[in-house]
Design a protein around this ligand. Structure first.
Ligand SMILES: [Zn+2]
Length: 160
């Protein structure tokens, strides 16, 4: 009860109409264009023309492959493809564990070139974060990528 009262106080101090980071999903919002059987939701970037949008089945297949590789089955994340990452000019993707959201830059280098700054294809890499968090792997392991799955399960992805 005391904790509930404290929570209510914090909420009221934040004020009405001011979304928290989680409520607005770190500025990315919650909309999506397609959803696969795993629960994976995909939102395409506005810059992606209709004929340059891989179908949900393509993303679902990659997600299932990564899940199988890691050995963890869990509801798919919200995958948001963006033309640039909020607050970053160097990352190709990021995973937001509190909202189970993977954000991946649409630059094709981020999706299928393994010689980029992060060395691993961002799409599979962020999926690895997702399933490892679901398995209870702690944040410090994610911060340092000190888990074999990052190398073992983030292989080359061919753009369709
Ligand atoms: Zn990472």
């Amino acid at each position: 009860m005391r904790r509930q009262l404290a929570s209510l106080l914090v909420i009221s101090l934040l004020g009405c109409g001011t979304p928290t980071v989680t409520e607005d999903n770190h500025g990315y919002g919650w909309a999506y264009d397609a959803q696969g059987p795993s629960g994976l939701q995909v939102r395409y970037a506005a810059s992606m023309a209709a004929d340059r949008r891989p179908p949900i089945e393509w993303f679902e297949g990659i997600y299932i492959d990564v899940s199988a590789c890691v050995g963890v089955t869990t509801t798919g994340p919200l995958l948001i493809l963006v033309d640039d990452l909020i607050g970053s000019t160097v990352l190709q993707g990021r995973y937001l564990p509190d909202t189970r959201t993977a954000v991946v830059w649409t630059d094709t280098r981020a999706l299928h070139n393994s010689t980029t700054q992060m060395r691993l294809p961002a799409l599979k890499h962020e999926f690895v974060h997702h399933v490892l968090y679901a398995a209870g792997v702690p944040p410090e392991i994610h911060d340092t990528h000190a888990h074999l799955a990052f190398d073992a399960c983030s292989g080359h992805v061919a753009w369709p």
